[in-house]
Design a protein around this ligand. Structure first.
Ligand code: PHE
Length: 458
């Protein structure tokens, strides 16, 4: 363990940074449109079940591994299982960081653009006209240069926060941004619910339509439960590695999951109440945020304010998540290669930005692989990471604890900081086994459906 490893400044700071990682574009952009297209509450139920059974246990597992080793994923697995292949689970995490941040940075750039457009009153001319809003969005994302410029600015913000360190950068900004996100979203949700007809949005979100739930939507819900809590790629191992031994890890994990879920629900409420009140199409898909919302916000009194609030909070959520992804890569180069924080962050921030440029160009600005892969490079990166890399990384982490590191060692670390809570190792073993089995089954179900054309479930 390194003597002068950086540490979080406070317990609250750690919880806010970890939930800042969890709460992101996944909660506010992905979840509402996925639920809208995959059976509303039916999707939400599968996703919540996955979060409770799989998510919670893997957050705890990652925190424990990180705090025990005081290292980021590759070093952590290597320390607990020297000279074995387990370190590859750590490398899978670093690889996932590249894959995720490449498209995440592009969406972060879109959000930044929309912050500026909304502040300058640019949504006004789109009032009640989703077609016009759709054209504006499409023209923007299929342009060659302008989305790249915004993406570069977004990535530069991330790099700047991380270069300032764990406490002086990541923790400081999470402490400012997380409370603001909650307040702004709560105001927007109340605004939506008090609009005439807004309550129809609530029933859309909370009414299950099981006929829309396919094997694909189940694996999406599982993948999303990993994505939204930032699991399966060592983000929580890395953040856990900056902890001292006073934190109650179970408690912290429950906070992170609860905040993440509450914010996804609040976002769903804010968005669907507004969309329904103004008679727009809720199942719009990825365009829900960038196309439908600009045209509906501007129909409300004070529309510029509502629109700006929304995109500013989305920007902050995206930023606190993106920094946690880049931190996994930075920490790898600091821990394993002895690089300085500044050098690691700037160099790999730049490399990931370049990969992201291809995601951006695949939207229509110049790179076209849709013909032979059936989807854009952007979607390939999104699907690959969320549907497979994260769940597999999470499953292997659970298997690692069960089969290699051992429940007794795991329990010994978990119990530090939670002396007054009783938790039996039998229970932990059962929960981790179920988590690994559920992930294995859902991935099998999806692959089976791909091969045989019909799923076992869904
Ligand atoms: N949890 C983030 C979100 O919901 C995304 C993320 C995934 C962050 C994996 C870190 C690691 O947007």
């Amino acid at each position: 363990m390194s003597q002068n490893r950086e540490q979080w400044g406070s317990k609250l700071g750690f919880i806010l940074a970890a939930s800042g990682s969890a709460v992101g574009i996944g909660n506010i952009w992905k979840y509402p449109h996925m639920a809208g297209q995959n059976g509303g509450a039916a999707f939400t139920l599968v996703y919540l079940a996955c979060i409770l059974v799989v998510g919670l246990s893997i957050v705890i597992a990652e925190f424990v591994i990180g705090r025990k080793t005081q290292l980021s994923p590759v070093g952590a697995f290597e320390q607990l299982a020297p000279s074995t292949n387990w370190k590859w689970v750590g490398f899978l995490g670093v690889a996932s960081a590249f894959v995720i941040l490449s498209f995440y940075g592009v969406v972060g750039g879109w959000v930044l653009k929309y912050v500026i457009v909304s502040i300058t009153g640019g949504f006004n001319e789109l009032a009640g006209d989703p077609d016009a809003a759709g054209k504006v969005f499409n023209t923007f994302i299929t342009d060659t240069w302008s989305p790249i410029i915004y993406q570069v600015f977004f990535m530069a913000f991330c790099v700047w926060v991380i270069v300032n360190g764990v406490k002086g950068g990541i923790e400081k900004w999470s402490k400012i941004m997380m409370p603001l996100i909650v307040v702004l979203l709560a105001v927007l949700a109340v605004r939506g619910m008090t609009l005439p007809g807004g309550m129809k949005g609530i029933s859309f979100l909370f009414n299950p339509r099981f006929e829309d739930l396919t094997a694909n939507s189940i694996v999406l819900a599982l993948g999303h439960s990993f994505f939204t809590v930032s699991l399966g790629m060592g983000t929580m191992i890395t953040y856990g590695s900056y902890l001292n031994r006073k934190q109650n890890l179970l408690n912290s994990a429950v906070w992170v999951i609860a905040l993440d879920t509450a914010i996804a629900m609040l976002a769903g409420i804010a968005i669907f109440t507004t969309v329904f009140a103004l008679g727009a199409n809720p199942a719009e898909g990825p365009g829900l945020i960038f196309v439908v919302l600009p045209s509906v916000f501007s129909q409300l009194a004070g529309g510029t304010l509502w629109g700006t609030m929304f995109f500013v909070l989305l920007f902050m959520a995206a930023l606190t998540s993106a920094i946690s992804i880049l931190e996994v890569v930075t920490a790898y180069f600091i821990d394993q290669k002895g690089w300085s924080r500044k050098k690691a962050t700037i160099q790999f921030g730049a490399v990931i930005t370049v990969v992201g440029v291809f995601c951006s160009l695949s939207m229509g600005g110049g790179v076209n692989i849709t013909e032979f892969l059936g989807m854009t490079f952007f979607d390939v990166m999104d699907y690959l990471s969320a549907k497979y890399m994260l769940p597999i990384g999470g499953m292997l982490t659970a298997i690692f604890i069960l089969r290699k590191w051992g429940i007794p060692n795991f329990m010994a670390e978990l119990k530090i900081g939670m002396e007054d809570t009783n938790i039996s190792s039998g229970l932990v073993q059962i929960v981790l086994t179920i988590a690994a089995a559920v992930v294995a089954f859902i991935i099998f179900n999806e692959v089976y459906a791909e091969i045989f054309g019909k799923a076992l479930i869904g």
